[in-house]
Every structure is written in C-alpha cells, then in structure tokens.
Ligand binder design. Structure first.
Ligand code: GLN
Length: 542
C-alpha cells in the first residue's frame, strides 16, 4: 500500500496543543494496527533548535541518531512507537540551507532559484522522504498558526502535495480555538471561521476541524462551524480541556470517532480498537493516593516547557508508584541568597536537570550539598551530574575551587572538562556529544537495580565530561562510577552507596520515559522519595 498523509495545521492562536493532538492521533492509528511516522515542520530560520535558548523554545529533544529537535517530538515518542530520527523534524533554515548549497554547486543549471518551485519542492521531498512501503500513514504537524507569513511556503507545499497525491490519499486536520466569553456565557466560532477562510484562500479545505474549548460544544455551534467552514458536522470534533491528565486526549478524540473518520477517509485497512491498557493507566492517574513533593532546581525554571520531558517522566514514575507528584520549582539562584538552607524543607526528593552557562551554578551546588548531607533522595541529570561531581569534589574531597572548565577554564581541579578531541571545535550547532551511546552498569549499584541489566543505551547532549584523572579520588570517598561507556571509558553515572538514593547521570533518561513504560531511574527515584515521605511524617508525630 502507498503511504497516506495527514497534515495537522493550527489556527487562531499558538500553544493550542497541536503536538499533543498529533501525537494522540498517532496513538489512535497505531492502536488500530497501522504503521505510522510522525514529522514536525517548523517555519523558523534556525537550522535546528539546538542553538536556541530554552527560554525561547523550551527543551531541545534529542533522538537516538543525535538530531536536536522540537519538543513536540517528545509527545510523539511518549504516545507512539514511531521511530524518530534526523528526518522527523525540519525547519525553514534547513530547507534554505539545502537549496542554497545546491545553487552554489550549480545544480539548478543557471535557472532563477525561487520560493515556488524550489523551496516548495524541497519541502515536499522532505515530507515524501519519510514515507516507505511499510508505512501506512505519515502525520506531519506544521508549527505556527495559519496566517503567519513564514508559514506560507509550507502551506503552499502541502496544498501542492495534496493535489499530486489526489483525494483519498491525504487528510487535512485543522486545530483551532473556540474562545469562551465568560461575561455572556458564549462560545465564539468567528475566529475559527476566519482561520479556515485563510486556509481555503490558499487552496486547502480541511477535512476535519478539532476545536479546543473550555466548555462542551453545543449542537448549534457545531452546525455553524460545519456550515461556514464547509466541513461535515460529524467531522467537527470537540477537544475540551482535560480534567486530570494530557494522556486522556486520545480517549476524548476516539470517543467522537476521530480514528474511524481518518480510517474511512483514507481507506485504511484497520483492526478494531482496544484502548483498555491506556484507559487503565488513566484510571490509575485518577486514584493516586499519596503525594510526593519533588524539588526541581534549575536555571530555566520559570518556563515549564524547558524541562518538559523531565516533568512528564516524573509523572510516569508517580503513576508507577501510585503517587501524584507535586513539583517545587526553585530558581537555582535562590540558593545563593540568605535563608536558602530552608528551601528544601519538607521535600521528598531533589532533581537537578540539564543546562548551559554559568548562571545559578553555585546555587545548584548548594542544593546538592543539602540533599547529600540531609539524605534527601537526589537525581542529577546531565548538568546535574556535573554539579554533583563538583559539589563532592569541593566538600567531600576537599578540593577547594573544583569546577567544570565550562565555568572556570583555569580551575586548579577541573573535575569536569572537555575531551581532547573536542577542544578544537568552534561551531556551536550540532557539535556536542549527541544521540544514543552504550553504557555498562556496575552490578549491585542503584542503577543496575533499576535497569535490571548491565548493558543499556541512553541519549546524550553535552560537551563536557567527568575527568578520569580524579576517578580514584572520588571512589575512595564513596562517589562510585557505576555506569561506564564501554569503549571510551567515559563515566556516565556516579552514585553514593551510603545514601538512600543519590544517582547522577551524564545522559538524558527523561527522553525515553513513557506513561506505560516509566523510565527505571525515575521510577526508583520517586520510589525512594515516596519512602521518605511517610518516614518523615512518622518522625514528626513522634
Ligand atoms: N553544559 C553541560 C555540557 O555541555 C551540560 C549540558 C546539559 O546539561 N545538557 O556538558
């Protein structure tokens, strides 16, 4: 069978949850026995989000093959089993880069190079590239909002794509917002009419409209959208704000028959649906008994999206441990101010996530010290692992001023440093240790107990490394390297044995956690934290 294509566009406002909705559609189609591929198209000029500030863009999601991608790919991976790689996310920057390189090589044989057809052709071939004989459906999500100038070449490209593939091979889904006016108690459809009007001007008639709304869709408003937007009433789908969890979205969409609509329109050979396992997970979310409070101390704490996968992985670990996670997000810099010794009072666990640059580093070091000394379960991730190493070097090994050369190039004790081969690199884009690497675990360690195997693969995104010159000093003082890159002898995990749970990893485990398969380290971290919480309550009442 030839691959069919679904394009998901957004209207009215950004941040509507297009990524989540696309991922939910992916889940529903996989559940019907179809093989899918997900793709995110970003109409900005950066070649990839790898060089963008998390404050601008949120987290950079990393794939096994080392692509630095948009965080929506995290949703795709949490909801589906579609493989993701370098081709799963592309930007205007990447398209222009390839077209200009071709132009310089003379590949256009003297022609004038133009947005139409050269840019639009390059866009179409980047979409086509992820189709394959064994792929039933490609779901491509277009970033931004209809009406954005920078999105125009992409809409033109997908219009042409639809024309070339012909009816029955392509489905346009438009996600839109229905604002609710509290004063008059009304839901408004006009912005949606305008947004669909804009799409139709370009030549795209959506087949399905998904309406984000706070309140249920009344028949009257559904009829209005159907008539003005030229979409069948049954194809106007409500996506109301969910009460408990984002993981309810596929169920909400499937209850209105969205999977069947797609299957019928694209004439897909589907099997019956069975969402019982997914539903079981949601039922569990609704009945979580205990609350575990986890402090997250980082640099980009104000922006939830900057640590998106970490928060999701904590939620998954909570479900596995029957507890809901309460986050205490603390800006690292607050640990540099007076009174910071009380910032962790009452928390059950501390997590220090990844990051770049010097701001807040001393604060993170103080936070880790408190967790180590007062035996609060601690989980360090990437920069968090480097911070733990620096803290132990300074305060246990007695190496005053120990540091990472990222923050102090002339430190006397560079316990975190660059590998020799990285020292010459000048470019910032795509030059870190990126993607999946193997790691061998030490038997009997916390890590080994969690993974229940000695050979694992995890994804990396960093420049600096644990400095092996200091390995024996750390070991002699109880901070044990328990995960090692087998060929290059790089320390990927360190942990304390005489602490309830103190594990720090150089990689990003959060990228591989899914609601039905929580990551083993997150699961055990939250388990250690949950054990601390009743203990503490008992000691308080004694
Ligand atoms: N800044 C550190 C490095 O480059 C850590 C990176 C990270 O946390 N992702 O090594």
């Amino acid at each position: 069978m030839t691959t069919k294509f679904i394009f998901v566009t957004g209207g009215v406002v950004s941040s509507l949850g297009k990524g989540l909705t696309s991922a939910a559609i992916g889940l529903l189609l996989e559940n019907r026995g179809l093989s899918i591929r997900m793709q995110k198209i970003d109409p900005y000029l950066n070649v990839d989000p790898g060089t963008m500030s998390p404050f601008q863009h949120g987290e950079v999601y990393v794939t096994d093959d080392g692509a630095e991608t948009d965080l929506d790919l995290g949703h795709y991976e949490r909801f589906t089993s579609s493989p993701l790689d370098q081709m799963s996310n592309f930007t205007t920057g990447r398209i222009y880069q390839s077209v200009i390189e071709k132009e310089r090589r003379g590949d256009y044989l003297g022609k004038t190079v133009q947005v139409i057809p050269h840019i639009t052709d390059a866009i179409k071939s980047s979409i086509e590239e992820i189709s394959a004989p064994d792929v039933d459906v490609v779901i491509a999500e277009l970033g931004g909002t209809v009406g954005d100038i920078e999105g125009l070449p992409f809409l033109e490209a997908i219009r042409q794509f639809g024309l070339e593939k012909g009816p029955g091979n392509i489905l346009f889904i438009h996600l839109t917002l229905l604002p609710y006016l509290r004063a008059s108690g009304e839901v408004k459809s006009k912005p949606t009419q305008h947004s669909v009007g804009k799409l139709r001007e370009i030549g795209i008639q959506p087949h399905v409209i998904i309406c984000r709304t706070e309140v249920p869709l009344e028949a009257e408003i559904r009829n209005k959208i159907s008539m003005f937007c030229n979409v069948a009433k049954t194809h106007v789908i409500e996506e109301k704000d969910v009460d408990f969890s984002i993981y309810e979205v596929p169920i909400v969409l499937s209850d209105q028959g969205l999977d069947q609509i797609i299957i019928d329109n694209l004439k897909l050979p589907a099997s019956p649906k069975d969402l019982s396992e997914w539903q079981g997970m949601i039922d569990k979310v609704k009945t979580l008994s205990q609350t575990v409070e986890i402090a997250v101390v980082g640099k980009y704490i104000e922006l939830h999206d900057a640590y998106k996968s970490i928060y999701e992985a904590l939620t998954h670990a909570g479900i596995a441990n029957h507890c809901s996670i309460q986050l205490r997000k603390i800006r690292a810099r607050e640990f540099e101010e007076n009174g910071s010794e009380h910032l962790l009072d009452g928390v059950d666990g501390l997590l220090v996530p990844g990051g770049f640059g010097e701001r807040g580093i001393e604060g993170m070091i103080s936070a880790v010290r408190q967790a180590r000394e007062t035996k609060i379960p601690f989980f360090g991730i990437c920069l968090g692992m480097q911070i733990a190493t620096i803290e132990v070097a300074r305060n246990v090994l007695g190496f005053a001023g120990a540091h990472s050369t990222e923050f102090n190039e002339t430190t006397e004790h560079p316990v975190i440093s660059l590998l020799a081969e990285q020292e010459q690199i000048q470019d910032m884009g795509g030059t870190m240790r990126l993607g999946s690497y193997p790691c061998r675990l030490k038997e009997g360690s916390h890590a080994h107990r969690a993974y229940k195997q000695t050979s694992i693969h995890e994804r990396h995104r960093h420049r600096y490394e644990f400095n092996n010159r200091y390995r024996s000093d750390f070991e002699a003082n109880g901070l044990i390297p328990t995960g090692i890159h087998p060929d290059r002898d790089l320390v990927e995990i360190v942990e304390f044995q005489d602490h309830p749970w103190f594990v720090a990893v150089q990689y990003h485990p959060e990228f591989k956690s899914k609601p039905l398969q929580p990551h083993p380290l997150f699961r055990d971290f939250v388990s250690a934290a949950s054990q601390r919480s009743p203990e503490r309550q008992a000691s308080h009442s004694a």
